[in-house]
Design a binder for this molecule. Structure first.
Ligand code: HEC
Ligand code: HEC
Length: 412
């Protein structure tokens, strides 16, 4: 990743002053560059501790790391579609916990997103794009971190004051004071902001969150060779008439040379099946409509946005055990097969009605189904030849496995 890219679009950046300034620049709070680096390092170390501290939850048993396992690309390491939480550890929301890696590249949410010239064609309106969470409703790491601390089905603190009270007796309370002032705990909002700021600086740590150390990164750098099958998978991934995956999950370097993120962060409706294992879905009238609600509230009533979710990066996707925003698909091969056969064999994915017809797109009310994407590899009708054969699906899966960080190249 280049510094230019960080400066332009990073959501999580708190230390941009340091990263973007010239050698002589002073950070805006009057620190020298060296002091600013030291402060950023101290914030990162604090954020790392907060991230793994279960005492910050109402149950005393749940930390950020419980759902975002640092040893599993900051994604869940268990196979549950929805991670339980809350006061008694048994409450559930209705979304899969994403990996927290490579979020530094997510642009702020915009309804009309234009790429920079470095990235592509700057004249095209890509529509709603970016923002953190599946519906893009949080624009900064520190805004986002408030959500799980207070959500009743996550860390379940009643209010900011109860988070602040827990921070004040944490083993790192002294570090918070040293960084944010001795009176930081006098004001709960200040104390929580200090913690969320530290978390967002931690989430900027390149070694932890964006190492670009997959086999594919080494391949791009000329230091690893893809197997024949991985190579076929890469071609199919990019081929506009076959996988067409690269259209949304970008696999090529931007023209400024920055590494591919495997997402353009666009908001798209792919129409995944309803996950009937989610408690909220027992209510037939309940739908998670993504951009138009219920978790996101500012675009309520925008019918053209219902069913849209943010395109996730596919880096480290092979470490996931459930896929898509509701975790309904439970193997990587099925996730790829879903794309190839959603329209040519819908009975494989959606439930059957009593009369034998298939209830396609059962997780989106009829009136929003026009929002669903039909570009390749989607399209066709039942009985048509799918865009990808079984062998081609296997090839794409083999390629996706090259996107896992921590590859050790043969030659140093
Ligand atoms: C109970 C499980 C759980 C816990 C605990 C949890 N998260 Fe999450 N996290 C999720 C889920 C689920 C989402 C997706 C939420 C959505 O789309 O509305 C998410 C989303 C995120 C995102 C946005 C990811 C993206 O792709 O845009 C960030 C950043 C994040 N969490 C950080 C944290 C931090 C920091 C903490 C601790 C303060 C935390 N999470 C605690 C489950 C959890
Ligand atoms: C038109 C844009 C688009 C295209 C083309 C596309 N995807 Fe996606 N992809 C998305 C979006 C949006 C999601 C999230 C949708 C959701 O959860 O509702 C997603 C989710 C996924 C996931 C789940 C990841 C996770 O973290 O849960 C996988 C795997 C995936 N895509 C692989 C592929 C492959 C392989 C191809 C090509 C065969 C492909 N995608 C083509 C937009 C696209």
């Amino acid at each position: 990743m280049t510094i230019a890219r960080t400066c332009r679009q990073s959501l999580l950046a708190v230390i941009v002053v340091v990263a973007c300034g010239s050698a002589h620049a002073q950070a805006d709070n009057g620190l020298t560059r060296q002091q600013a680096y030291a402060r950023a390092a101290a914030l990162e170390a604090l954020g790392r501790q907060i991230f793994s501290d279960p005492s910050l939850s109402a149950s005393g048993a749940m930390a950020c790391a419980t759902c975002h396992d640092p040893n599993n690309a900051f994604a869940p390491s268990n196979a549950m579609a929805i991670q339980p939480g809350g006061k008694d550890g048994r409450q559930t929301g209705f979304r899969a916990a994403p990996s927290l890696k490579y979020l530094q590249a997510v642009p702020q949410f915009s309804e009309h997103y234009y790429e920079s010239e470095d990235e592509g064609d700057a004249s095209i309106d890509n529509g709603p794009t970016g923002g953190l969470t599946w519906d893009g409703r949080a624009d900064r790491g520190n805004d986002q971190a408030r959500i799980p601390l207070l959500a009743p089905f996550e860390m379940a603190n009643a209010d900011e004051a109860s988070v602040a009270a827990k921070l004040a007796i944490a083993s790192y309370a002294g570090d918070i004071k040293a960084l944010f002032g001795d009176d930081v705990f006098a004001d709960p909002t200040k104390a929580v902001s200090a913690a969320t700021k530290a978390l967002s600086v931690f989430e900027q740590s390149a070694a932890d969150f964006y190492p670009y150390s997959s086999k594919y990164d080494f391949y791009l750098a000329g230091r690893a060779t893809l197997s024949e099958q991985e190579m076929r998978g890469l071609k199919l991934f990019n081929d506009e008439d076959k996988g067409n995956c690269g259209n949304c999950h970008r696999s090529e370097r931007a023209s400024d040379g920055s590494a591919p993120q495997f997402s353009d962060f666009g908001m798209i409706a792919v129409g995944v099946p309803r996950n009937r294992a989610i408690a909220a879905n027992a209510d037939a009238a309940f739908f998670d409509l993504g951009l138009c609600g219920p978790l996101r509230t500012d675009l309520k009533g925008r019918d053209d946005y219902c069913g849209l979710f943010r395109t996730p990066s596919l880096r480290n996707v092979a470490l996931r055990k459930t896929f898509f925003h509701n975790g309904v698909i439970t193997s990587l091969r099925d996730a790829v097969a879903f794309y190839a056969t959603r329209d040519t064999d819908p009975g494989r994915w959606y439930p059957h009605n009593a009369d034998g017809t298939v209830e396609k797109f059962d997780d989106l009310p009829q009136r929003y189904r026009a929002n669903i994407n039909f570009e390749p590899p989607f399209g066709g009708k039942p009985g048509d030849k799918p865009a990808l054969t079984d062998a081609e699906i296997d090839d794409i899966v083999a390629f996706l496995k090259t996107l896992t960080d921590g590859y050790k190249p043969a030659t140093p």
